[in-house]
Every structure is written in C-alpha cells, then in structure tokens.
Design a protein around this ligand. Structure first.
Ligand code: SF4
Length: 141
C-alpha cells in the first residue's frame, strides 16, 4: 500500500523484484506532502521503503495526526465506456475509508475524482501503469 501523503509524478525504476505488483502498479518518484516536508523529494530509499510500499509508518515524516496510514487501488471492470477504480484507505490496519473513482474512456477524462489530489494522482499513476502493460486498455475501440 502506498503512503497517503505521497504525490507521485514520474516513474521510478529500481531493483523491484516484481514492479507490477507494487501498490501503484509500478515504482514512482514524487514529492512528500506531509506537514513540514511539503515539496521535498524523498530519497530512493524512502521511495522504496515508505512512499511506494508497505505501511508508511516506518517513515519519520509521517504525521502523528493522520487520516490513514496507507491507500490501495484496484482496477474495476469496464462497462459502457467507463472504468471504475476502487480505492481503500487503512489506519492501524483497519478500514479508514473507501470509494470509487470513474474514468470515461471516450473523453479520456475522470468524471469522478477523489477530493484529495494526492489520492487522485496516485489513482492516475496506477491506471497509467496498468495501461503501459496492457496496450489497448482504456482506449476507444
Ligand atoms: S512515506 Fe514518508 S517521505 Fe514518503 S510520502 Fe509518506 S511521509 Fe512523505
């Protein structure tokens, strides 16, 4: 599961054993948005141990007051030209919110976005990673 304070912006290649199994579908670099660390680019080690992977509780930058420890995504099925991306947050290994985001293939746009721009961006990265491995996915037929 990815850190809820992570704002990914570009792919991050590393020695991941199975990058396709990463929470965001691939490795990503980006900015931290945790209070006091906004805009800081985490090191490669931090990207690998906290931002992209696992429970970020190991990261010292994670604020004590937080709505979630981690977030995950799952690609739903495509119906009538829209695809739903399901997300779930956890806090102390318990559910801390879930929902779905909706992507419309014809307009190549999100018609239902997450209010948190970090979660929305992570969803976009997740979908981008899926598309890079499955040509034709989410494309107009
Ligand atoms: S794991 Fe740490 S460095 Fe990475 S986004 Fe979260 S709080 Fe920031």
């Amino acid at each position: 599961m990815a850190c809820p304070f992570f704002m990914p912006d570009q792919r991050f290649e590393s020695d991941w054993p199975f990058p396709q199994r990463l929470p965001l579908g691939a490795g990503w670099a980006g900015n931290c948005t945790a209070p006091g660390h906004e805009g800081v680019r985490p090191s490669d080690d931090e990207l690998k141990s906290g931002c992209n992977l696992g429970y970020a509780k190991r990261c010292n930058w994670l604020p004590a007051e937080r709505h979630a420890d981690a977030v995950r995504f799952v690609l739903g099925e495509e119906h009538d030209g829209v695809v739903r991306v399901l997300f779930a947050c956890e806090r102390e290994h318990l559910p801390a919110g879930h929902g779905e985001l909706v992507y419309e293939i014809a307009s190549a746009s999100w018609v239902q976005q997450h209010e948190d721009p970090r979660v929305q961006r992570m969803a976009e990265c997740y979908v981008e990673a899926q598309r890079s491995r499955r040509p034709g996915l989410l494309e107009k037929s």
